[in-house]
Design a protein around this ligand. Structure first.
Ligand SMILES: Cc1cc2nc3c(=O)[nH]c(=O)nc-3n(C[C@H](O)[C@H](O)[C@H](O)COP(=O)(O)O)c2cc1C
Length: 161
């Protein structure tokens, strides 16, 4: 079957997701960060998560070499950060507050959840590379509302059904 790219994108966009910033650190200490909605849970025991990174992303090689990443799950108050980290190659870190935990990957305060991970494997995902990480430390807020992405636009959570 022929899957036309425009309809495929539209179909995928009807799956509402949260938004994360995936971060890491290079051997020379410089910081990496990209906005990603491809985050997902994989396994409870061991605790594994995944995200996928476009083969065309400038930071792909650096993420592959880093051996670690942190997932920062964004709140509805972090849309500006999401836009900042979605810009290719930009200087994304000036003025951005962060801390580091076990791996050294930047942890962004104010997120709904932070998961510090060691990269366990990478997999071919067509024009993306799938990164699977083992969570070594995490924290999650009991309150707060997520930033959502649906049909190509940011949105907020509505009433609980
Ligand atoms: C809401 C949203 C979700 C995104 N999700 C992904 C994703 O899951 N994987 C990906 O490779 N790029 C994703 N992007 C695009 C990257 O954030 C963007 O290409 C970024 O510039 C890559 O940085 P780099 O080229 O400097 O490495 C997303 C962008 C937005 C706005």
């Amino acid at each position: 079957m022929n899957v036309d790219p425009k309809s495929f994108r539209a179909a995928l966009g009807s799956f509402a997701t949260g938004v994360t910033i995936v971060t890491s650190i290079k051997a020379d200490g410089s910081l990496l960060g990209i906005t990603a909605s491809s985050f997902n849970s994989v396994s409870l025991d061991p605790p594994l998560v995944l995200f996928s990174l476009a083969r065309g992303a400038f930071s792909l090689k650096d993420f592959q070499e880093a051996g670690c990443f942190a997932i920062n799950v964004l709140s509805e108050h972090q849309r500006d950060l999401s836009n900042l980290f979605a810009k290719a190659r930009a200087d994304k870190w000036s003025g951005v507050a962060y801390e580091t935990w076990e791996t050294g990957a930047p942890i962004l305060p104010g997120s709904l959840a932070n998961l510090d991970c060691r990269t366990r494997s990478t997999h071919d995902g067509g024009d993306h590379v799938i990164f699977v990480g083992e969570v070594v430390r995490m924290e999650a807020e009991a309150h707060g509302r997520p930033l959502l992405f649906f049909r190509g636009a940011y949105t907020q959570i509505g009433d609980i059904l």
